[in-house]
Design a protein around this ligand. Structure first.
Ligand code: FAD
Length: 352
C-alpha cells in the first residue's frame, strides 16, 4: 500500500519530535515513522546509572522545559524517556511506532519512503535516525582471537554482571568515563584511552558544550578563526559519579593497547593484561543506510549538507547526527534550532 503526505520524518527520537514540533507549528502535514514500539528513541536503551551531562532545564526540546527529576540535578535516562513520551502526547505529534524505513528513492516530483509495512510518497523527507543503531568499534588487531566477552556501550546495562571480573573499558569520552566509574568499585578495572582523559572543569557542564558548539559555528560562518568548539573545553563532563570515582583515585587511565590476545590485551612494549570482558565505548556512526538508493555524496559516513539540507537533494534533510547537521544538534538542547531551520526550509519548498 502506498500513502501520500507532504513530509515523512524518519525516526521518532528527540530529533524527529523536534522536527514534528516545528512542522506542526508551520501547519505542514507530516508523519513520523519510528522502528521501535515505544517512545524515547535511544534513551530507552542506555545503562541504568547514566546521568545527563546537563541539568534538566538545559536538556529541553523546543516549547517545553524538561521538568526537574526529584532529588537529581542531572536526570537519568528513564526521566528523558518519560519527558519525550509526554512531549509527543502534549503536541499530538503523528508518530507511527513499529515502522522501519528501509529505503528512500526519487519518484518523480516526490520521494518514495519504503517501509516494512508499506510505502509513503512525500514531497520532502527529514531523516532523524540517530546513531545508536550503528555502534562503532575500531579495527584493532586480534579482535577475533579474544575468547572473553566483548560488548559496546549499547549493550552495557549495569555493573552487577561484571562483579569481581577483570574488565577493560576502552574510550576516553563521556560513555567511557561513566561506565569506568560505574565499574571501578565492583570489578578489576583497566580503563584505556587513546590520550590522557581531559575533564571539563568541575563547575561547567553540558551548557558550556552547547555554547562552545554555537560559538564555533558562528565563527566559521562569519569566516573568523576556528574557536575549536567543544573539543577546546575537554572530553568528559565530571558528572557527580565520575567526579567521585576520579577523586577517590579509582579512574586511572592507561594508554591504548596495540592488540588483543586470547586471554586479554597487550601493549607494544610487551606489557599484557588479562581480561574477562572488554567494553568498547568507542562511539557511533550515523544510521543512514536508507539513503543508499539516492547515491548522495559524502565522506566518513556523512552526507554532504548545506545546513541540514542534503547538498544533492533539496527535498531531503538530515537532523540530529552531530555538529555537521547543526551545532550540538545531537543533544536535547541543541536540536531545536536546526529542527526549526529545516522545517522553515521545507515549508518554503512546499510553497514554491
Ligand atoms: P535516537 O534517540 O537514536 O532516535 C532515533 C530514532 O530513529 C530511534 O527511535 C530509532 O528507532 C529510529 N530509527 C532508526 N533507524 C530507523 C529506520 N530505518 N526506520 C525507522 N526508524 C528508525 N545528549 C544530551 O543532550 N545530554 C546528555 O547528557 C547526553 N548524554 C548521552 C550519553 C550517551 C551514552 C549517548 C550515546 C548520547 C548522549 N547524548 C546526550 C546525545 C544525544 O542526546 C543522543 O544521542 C540522542 O539519543 C540523539 O537523538 P536522535 O533523536 O537524533 O536519535
Amino acid at each position: 500500500m502506498t500513502q501520500r503526505t507532504d513530509v515523512v520524518v524518519i525516526g521518532g527520537g528527540q530529533s524527529g519530535l523536534a522536527a514534528g514540533y516545528h512542522l506542526r507549528r508551520l501547519g505542514v502535514e507530516h508523519v513520523i515513522l519510528d522502528a521501535q514500539t515505544a517512545p524515547g528513541g535511544a534513551w530507552q536503551h542506555t545503562w541504568d546509572s547514566l546521568r545527563l551531562f546537563s541539568p534538566a532545564a538545559y536538556s529541553s526540546l523546543p516549547g517545553r522545559l524538561m521538568p526537574l527529576q526529584p532529588g537529581e540535578t542531572y536526570p537519568d535516562g528513564r526521566h528523558v524517556v518519560e519527558y519525550l513520551a509526554d512531549y509527543e502526547k502534549r503536541y499530538e505529534l503523528p508518530v507511527q511506532c513499529g515502522v522501519r524505513v528501509d529505503a528512500v528513492r526519487r519518484d518523480g516530483t516526490r520521494l518514495r519512503v519504503e517501509g516494512d509495512s508499506g510505502d509513503w510518497r512525500a514531497r520532502a523527507v527529514v531523516s532523524a535516525t540517530g546513531t545508536w543503531t550503528r555502534p562503532f568499534i575500531p579495527a584493532v588487531p586480534g579482535r577475533r582471537e579474544f575468547s572473553g566477552r566483548q560488548l559496546h556501550t549499547v549493550q552495557y546495562r549495569s555493573p552487577a554482571e561484571f562483579a569481581g571480573q577483570r574488565v577493560i573499558v576502552v574510550g576516553g569520552g563521556n560513555s567511557g568515563a561513566q561506565i569506568a566509574a560505574d565499574l571501578a568499585s565492583v570489578a578489576e578495572l583497566t580503563w584505556v584511552t587513546r590520550r590522557p582523559p581531559r575533564y571539563l572543569a568541575d563547575d561547567i557542564d553540558g551548557r558550556a558544550l552547547f555554547d562552545a558548539a554555537t560559538a564555533r559555528r558562528r565563527a566559521l560562518d562569519a569566516g573568523r578563526t576556528d574557536t575549536g568548539g567543544v573539543a577546546s573545553l575537554g572530553d568528559i563532563v565530571a558528572v557527580p559519579p565520575v567526579r567521585a570515582a576520579r577523586d577517590a583515585g579509582l579512574l586511572r587511565a592507561t594508554p591504548m593497547f596495540s592488540h588483543l590476545a586470547e586471554d586479554g590485551v597487550a601493549w607494544a612494549d610487551g606489557t599484557t593484561a588479562q581480561a574477562d570482558a572488554i567494553i568498547w565505548c568507542t562511539g557511533f556512526r550515523p544510521a543512514l543506510a536508507h539513503f543508499a538508493p539516492l547515491g548522495l555524496r559524502g565522506t566518513r559516513g556523512h552526507i554532504a549538507t548545506v545546513g541540514t539540507c542534503a547538498a544533492d537533494e533539496p527535498r531531503l534533510h538530515a537532523l540530529g547526527y552531530g555538529d555537521w547537521t547543526g551545532p550540538a544538534s545531537a543533544t536535547l538542547i541543541g536540536v531545536g534550532r536546526p529542527a526549526r531551520d529545516a522545517a522553515r526550509e521545507i515549508a518554503e519548498l512546499l510553497r514554491a
